[in-house]
Design a protein around this ligand. Structure first.
Ligand SMILES: Cc1cc2nc3c(=O)[nH]c(=O)nc-3n(C[C@H](O)[C@H](O)[C@H](O)COP(=O)(O)OP(=O)(O)OC[C@H]3O[C@@H](n4cnc5c(N)ncnc54)[C@H](O)[C@@H]3O)c2cc1C
Length: 396
């Protein structure tokens, strides 16, 4: 391959909201892209049927440069009504519709390996095709980062599984389940269990449950509301405004950024879940000391000395970014990457320490703040890519 011109200008890996949106913006700016991945695969395969989005309507449009591919336009064209909160299945269909409009030539193939090449990156696809791309945008989301607490190491997945291993919780019918965690995923899974007639208890180390969206009144105060809340819908009053401006946010001292990011996305349930959760047993302020198999069941010991014998533990324990877990990044590439706490350190244009390699979505959150972990951050990401790539055009 030495000396060969790149076959492609930008390869985008991933066809979720970030990959699709980035492709739409780059193409509108006249930049040639190839886009890879199954559209909306994470939402379709790794979230439970019956779930609803936590983000509100205005923060759930997948950004496109002409602002034509909104949820409203999808409803208009398809003659569909979408209830609120937005049901998962509708959002998946919307994402696929977006893809059919903006990225018709999506290549529904997986990327197996990305390595450095003389004039860019060598990209190897799962079906064996290889090509050189001048730039690569990694937009592969969080599915590789599912966090499984140490107590469950060695417990088979039939007895303890992460929420991202499921797209239908009704499979637990007839089993007694313990849900571990206090975020939206834990609370919504417990609600779905209850509604399917499955016995479930929520166990969390948090002392109290946090809720978002309980102060609807604050969103209807006109100018004042607009001063307190950004339409991006990430974080509480005030913080919502700050994290919606990633360039400003990243100028603050690291400690402040970390604390504010935590406050913006700490474990919390959407207010609309609260009444539906009624009747589900919830144990708060308790740490899990151990988990051990007991015949065909699982024995959980808590730090108050109590025990639970259950058929299954559902680990709603979130995701921890660690880009070394992306299986397609070569070792030589990983060695050259400047990484902090598992996140790539990015400069403007979402570009990492290796020129030409960009990260969109949650891995960009250490450098650009919590907005980048949500659908509503895709517009910022796509604009950053366009600005940086058009500026460097022809430089590599
Ligand atoms: C339970 C749950 C609920 C959530 N609810 C919300 C919400 O209400 N609102 C919100 O804004 N955010 C929500 N999020 C966060 C959500 O994950 C992100 O907003 C969103 O997925 C980010 O989009 P993305 O494009 O970065 O990643 P993804 O949507 O995960 O897309 C990544 C894509 O990359 C593809 N891919 C992966 N590996 C490869 C490969 N090797 N080759 C090719 N393609 C590959 C996948 O197939 C997938 O299509 C939720 C997350 C979870 C877990």
């Amino acid at each position: 391959m030495n000396g060969k011109s790149p076959d492609c200008h930008v390869a985008i890996v991933g066809a979720g909201p970030y990959g699709l949106s980035s492709a739409a913006y780059l193409r509108a700016a006249g930049i040639e892209t190839r886009v890879f991945g199954e559209p909306m695969a994470f939402w379709q395969n790794q979230m439970p049927a019956g779930m609803c989005l936590r983000s509100n309507w205005g923060a759930s449009h997948i950004a496109d440069p002409k602002q034509e591919l909104t949820l409203d336009e999808y409803c208009r064209q398809k003659g569909n009504h979408i209830s609120r909160p937005i049901p998962l299945e509708r959002f998946v269909d919307y994402g696929r519709w977006y893809q059919s409009q903006a990225v018709r030539d999506l290549e529904k193939r997986n990327v197996l390996n990305i390595d450095l090449a003389e004039r860019g990156f060598k990209v190897v696809l799962a079906d064996g095709e290889e090509f050189i791309s001048r730039r690569v945008v990694v937009a592969t989301g969080i599915s590789a980062f599912a966090n499984r607490p140490a107590q469950f190491a060695g417990i088979p997945s039939e007895l303890a599984s992460h929420t991202s291993e499921h797209n239908d919780l009704r499979k637990c019918k007839g089993r007694r389940v313990a849900g571990i965690g206090a975020g939206q995923s834990a609370l919504e899974s417990a609600t779905l269990f209850k509604e399917a007639g499955i016995e479930a208890e929520v166990i969390a180390r948090d002392q109290t449950l946090n809720w978002v969206g309980l102060h609807a009144r604050l969103h209807h105060l006109g100018v004042l509301s607009r001063m307190l809340y950004s339409t991006r819908d990430v974080g509480p009053a005030g913080i919502s405004r700050l994290v919606a401006m990633p360039h400003l946010f990243r100028k603050f001292p690291r400690g402040f950024q970390d604390r504010t990011a935590y406050r913006a996305i700490r474990p919390a349930g959407a207010g609309w879940l609260k009444p539906r959760l009624q009747g589900v047993p919830i144990t708060l302020g308790r740490r899990l000391v151990s988990a051990a198999t007991a015949g065909s069941q699982l024995l959980l010991k808590l730090d108050d000395g109590t025990e639970r014998l259950v058929d299954h533990a559902l680990l709603a324990t979130g995701f921890r970014v660690d880009i070394s877990k992306y299986p397609f990044l070569s070792q030589s590439l990983l060695k050259q990457l400047n990484v902090v706490n598992g996140y790539p350190v990015l400069k403007r244009g979402l570009e990492c320490s290796i020129p030409g390699l960009h990260f969109a979505g949650k891995p960009a959150a250490w450098s650009f703040g919590p907005l980048l972990g949500f659908v509503s951050g895709a517009e910022f990401a796509a604009n950053e890519l366009v600005r940086s790539i058009t500026r460097h055009n022809g430089n590599r």
